[in-house]
Write a protein that binds this ligand. Structure first.
Ligand SMILES: [Zn+2]
Length: 238
């Protein structure tokens, strides 16, 4: 059986004599194929304003996960999700085969928020390439999912910045720390490889939360928050 070479979307970067430099959109997939020994590939030009291959695949994967969870065929669910998205955002009709990049970005964001809102399990693969990372970290904290793998079991809140030695762990103002939700496995890995390597490997950082979120996550009570604010005021006037 003849194996068709995989086709990658690319952008022309430079031409120097007969040396042509192309930037491949889905570099991760390209690298993985090479590692597997599949060296035959083809490149096609990509319109910079048109959605990318990664976006298209991510949108379809998310539609599939939602349809699967809710028990609908993919094509039926795709229609209703697009209708809902258009009604909420005001975008006009679009096709995932050739829509603009910003429409795809907004549609993927809609699908991600939908999954978090209705507690739908979905694959996190490619999420950091297609969705606002800071928002991902936030949603994972609020909905208690692992920011790396999306797991919903055994979620622990990690302080990205080390809590100082000798500091009383029960007397911490969590508002001042960068937080991230991790499953037990990834939390363990964080401490194994260290904050810097962890951020490099998974491409995100923890975020500082507002008081309301800190309280609803039961990290602190309003009473503790007010006590800290009182302490800061005292320190200022000293
Ligand atoms: Zn995890």
């Amino acid at each position: 059986m003849e194996i068709k070479p995989r086709i990658y979307e690319s952008h022309l970067q430079a031409v120097r004599d007969n040396l042509i430099t192309l930037k491949i959109n889905d570099y991760e997939a390209f690298k993985n194929e090479l590692k597997r020994g599949n060296i035959a590939f083809d490149v096609i030009p990509h319109e910079p304003y048109q959605l990318s291959d990664v976006q298209r695949r991510k949108a379809y994967a998310m539609i599939h996960d939602i349809a699967d969870y809710e028990g609908y065929p993919d094509d039926i669910k795709k229609i209703t999700l697009k209708e809902q998205f258009k009604a909420i955002t005001g975008y006009s009709d679009f096709s995932l085969s050739n829509c603009k990049k910003d429409v795809a970005t907004a549609f993927i964001a809609f699908l991600v928020e939908y999954c978090f809102k209705f507690d739908i399990p979905f694959r996190f693969k490619d999420l950091t390439n297609t969705f606002d990372t800071e928002r991902q970290v936030y949603l994972c904290l609020v909905h208690k999912r692992c920011t790396v793998c999306g797991a919903e079991e055994n979620i622990e809140i990690n302080h990205e910045d080390t809590v100082g030695q000798g500091m009383n762990r029960n007397h911490i103002d969590h508002r001042g720390h960068r937080l991230e939700a991790l499953c037990h496995f990834h939390h363990f890995e964080f401490h194994q490889i260290g904050a810097e390597n962890f951020a490099k490997k998974y491409h995100f950082h923890g975020i500082r939360l507002k008081s309301e979120d800190i309280v609803s996550l039961k990290l602190m009570s309003w009473k503790q928050i007010h006590e800290f604010d009182e302490e800061y005021r005292r320190q200022k006037t000293c």
